[in-house]
Ligand binder design. Structure first.
Ligand code: ADP
Ligand code: ADP
Length: 223
């Protein structure tokens, strides 16, 4: 298991947002983290990535304690937040170079990671364009390239296909499937079809509680 979340609890003031959230994810598979709006998906992802703390519980990423050592764990995780925050005025390559720099990449290492990511995400023809000039689908590719620039082991995508037209949707799903061959991938969504389309495992969360955690196959066959 490359990600193990156990008994995670989180309150916002007096409101319980997460109540004993437990699940795990393994490499080479896509885990769909499925639940309606307000279920606690973003809160869980923000705790795993170290953006916010938790009241109690445990998060292990590649065997490391993420709650105790967020700085050590953050390089192991790539995160594409729901509201993909891109600097609209930056050029694609410039932005990815900046993002790589934040993870301490520089010189030839940064150059080769940039080349690889631009190639993998189909952004070579767009690399000298301003982010604001790109379609939503291509902006999402930039977000994906940014999440992967430091070659993380665990990749978390929060509602990655929201607002895409059908062609863009197909392209981004293809990319996600490719990425997942080498990584542990968590895809947070409120859409069951998204899970059925590309996930092997599914965790269902509602009102801060895990209702089910199994392979998609087992869940669908009622085992
Ligand atoms: P999801 O991502 O599944 O839509 P969230 O994790 O964003 O759910 O939210 C879970 C619950 O916690 C919701 O009831 C939401 O309103 C609440 N919540 C999220 N962030 C905050 C916050 N910063 N302060 C107070 N309540 C919050
Ligand atoms: P997300 O689902 O990514 O958290 P939201 O639009 O739900 O995005 O929330 C935007 C911001 O407002 C986040 O920082 C979130 O934590 C916060 N937030 C969400 N719900 C509440 C709430 N009920 N009360 C206060 N802050 C909230």
């Amino acid at each position: 298991m490359s990600l193990e979340v156990s008994h995670l609890c989180k309150n916002y003031g007096s409101q319980k947002a997460l109540d004993q959230v437990t699940f795990s994810a393994s490499p080479g598979r896509i885990l769909g983290f499925l639940g309606p709006n307000g279920a606690g998906k973003s809160t869980t992802m923000k705790i795993i990535t170290g953006y916010i703390g938790a009241e109690s519980g445990n998060v292990q990423v590649m065997g490391k304690d993420a709650l105790a050592n967020p700085k050590e764990v953050s390089p192991l995780i790539g995160y594409l937040p729901e509201k993909n925050p891109l600097y609209q005025d930056m050029y694609v390559k410039e932005f990815l170079s900046f993002a790589g720099g934040l993870y301490g990449l520089s010189g030839s290492q940064l150059k080769s990671r940039l080349a690889e990511m631009l190639d993998k995400t189909g952004l070579i023809p767009e690399q000298h364009k301003k982010i604001s000039q790109l379609s939503k689908g291509y902006q999402q590719r930039v977000g994906l390239a940014k999440a992967l620039i430091h070659d993380p082991q665990v990749v978390i995508l929060d509602e990655p296909t929201t607002g895409l037209d059908p062609n863009q949707l197909v392209e981004i799903r293809k990319l996600i499937l490719e990425v997942a061959r080498e990584k542990t991938l968590i895809l947070s969504t409120h859409i069951m079809q998204e899970v059925e389309a590309i996930c092997q495992d599914v965790v269902i969360i509602n009102k801060g509680k895990i209702l089910a955690a199994d392979s998609l196959q087992n869940l669908q066959s009622g085992n």
